[in-house]
Design a protein around this ligand. Structure first.
Ligand code: ARG
Length: 461
């Protein structure tokens, strides 16, 4: 058939079952405009190598422009007989440029170097879109932190009350993880910005074509130094899938907390109506579906990564058709995040925090016991002993069913003469927070400096 890129040595066409299995136009058509960009660049190096004359180059570029416009408008789509995007576009080119001129473009290139290059181009563009979405989520977290500079909440370990922290400190902890994800995408781009075009099927091109010229034409920093690596490696795809999965996991962790915070039991946040859903049977329900879908999509993103790694494991060099399976996982990873990030950032930006309830709970559950121990240390008591004395105070309070600040001076004195009434100076959330003022701590002054450092990294991101 016309779209076929091979057939000379075969007596007959492929079985229907093979053609159906082999076909990839239903997912690789997304690479069509990158394929045409690659073809323009390839035509120019063919011209420079003397394999196309001036008129042929002009005719080729004109036909590619018309094909590009038809692809963009939807006037040109893959035919049922087309195997993949590359074959289909060669058919479209020949329809526009004629078989003689159109048939010259494939010289010195292979679908193997093409598809490896086009995938990188696609992912580099989508990494920028994903990074913007992550930054919008960071912005939403930062805005909520700035809106609640002094609000306290229970800090937890093992999901149990541990020590009071600022809500802003907690929100920014999520922001830092996401900032690192943006930095990872930028760092990944250095490795993605290397073009495999010119690697040919696996061994390079014999026609005097300049891979560096094509690389520059297509916005890459350079061309690969090894044509086998260029056509056979997919670690750059897998690394993209890993960063995407990491973003999914980071979004899932903040989402899990929002789900908990929105429960009756916590009552820390109220979701905006625009970011909540109802129930078809229970009229009262207001559900955190955005956060739940974020948690669910993290599983899907992890699946994209592990599926791709499983495809790559055990592949001998160089190209193997297994590699056709490289595209759907990374396309899915980009699509998933591009769908998810605007919903998550919108949900976070519109959360209402019940700061009174959070602050009231912050010191409860003996969350100031560490402050008592550290106060004793400042009074000269060895920490080992201070830990025991504070623990004894917790035991006493627990047995009476009260909090640490409800114990009397006499009760403290009975535990140890070191526990003078001055210990009350640290028996408040404000005192506890303010004392943690070193870099990285939860004191309001430290969190202000933290915000400045975060903003500085965002300015570079
Ligand atoms: N469609 C293939 C892919 O996505 C590229 C074609 C390479 N095919 C081949 N027989 N060498 O990987």
């Amino acid at each position: 058939n016309e779209g076929a890129l091979w057939g000379g040595r075969f007596a007959g066409g492929p079985a229907d079952a093979l053609a159906a299995l082999s076909k990839s136009t239903h997912f690789d058509w997304r690479l069509a405009r990158y394929d045409i960009a690659g073809s323009r660049a390839h035509a120019r190096v063919l011209h420079r190598a003397g394999l196309l004359d001036d008129g042929e180059l002009a005719g080729m570029l004109d036909a590619l422009d018309r094909l590009d416009a038809d692809v963009a408008s939807g006037a040109y789509t893959p035919a049922a007989s087309d195997e993949d995007v590359h074959g289909s576009l060669e058919r479209g080119l020949i329809e526009r440029a004629g078989a003689h001129l159109g048939g010259k473009l494939r010289a010195g290139r292979s679908r193997n170097d093409q598809v490896a290059t086009l995938g990188r181009m696609f992912l580099r563009d989508h990494a920028k879109i994903v990074a913007r979405g992550v930054l919008a989520t960071v912005d939403a977290l930062v805005a909520q932190a700035e809106a609640h500079p002094r609000a306290a909440m229970p800090g937890r370990t093992h999901l149990q009350h541990a020590q009071p922290v600022l809500l802003s400190h907690h929100l920014l902890a999520h922001a830092w993880a996401l900032v690192r994800d943006v930095q990872r995408l930028a760092d990944w781009d250095k490795r993605a910005a290397v073009s495999p075009y010119g690697s040919g099927a696996l061994a390079g091109s014999s026609l005097g074509l300049d891979p560096e010229a094509i690389a520059a034409d297509l916005g890459f920093d350079s061309a690969v130094h090894n044509s086998i690596d260029g056509t056979a490696s997919r670690d750059v795809f897998a690394e993209f899938a890993w960063v995407a999965a990491m973003i999914g996991v980071d979004l899932s962790r903040v989402s899990e907390e929002i789900i908990l915070w929105a429960t009756k039991e916590f009552s820390f946040v109220t979701l905006d109506d625009a970011y909540s859903t109802g129930s078809s049977i229970m009229p009262q329900k207001k559900n955190p579906d955005v956060a739940e879908l974020a948690r669910g999509k993290a599983g899907r993103l992890i699946g994209d990564l592990t599926g791709l790694l499983a495809t790559l494991k055990g592949l001998p060099l160089a190209y193997n058709r297994d590699l056709q399976e490289d595209k759907e996982p990374v396309f899915d990873a980009a699509d998933t995040l591009e769908l998810l990030l605007p919903a998550v950032s919108g949900m976070i930006a519109t959360l209402t925090f019940n700061t009174e309830r959070m602050a009231a709970l912050a010191p409860q559950g003996f969350a100031l016991a560490t402050d008592i121990a550290e106060w004793l240390v400042r009074e000269g008591v060895p920490f080992r002993e201070a830990h025991e004395l504070s623990g004894a105070a917790v035991k006493k309070a627990e047995s009476r069913g009260v909090e640490l600040w409800d114990l009397t001076d006499e009760e403290y004195a009975a535990i140890s003469p070191s526990l003078t009434p001055e210990v009350r100076s640290v028996l408040s959330t404000e005192g506890s927070l303010a004392s943690r003022s070193a870099q990285g701590g939860t004191a309001p002054s430290a969190v202000e400096r933290q915000l400045e450092a975060l903003r500085a990294q965002l300015a570079d991101a």
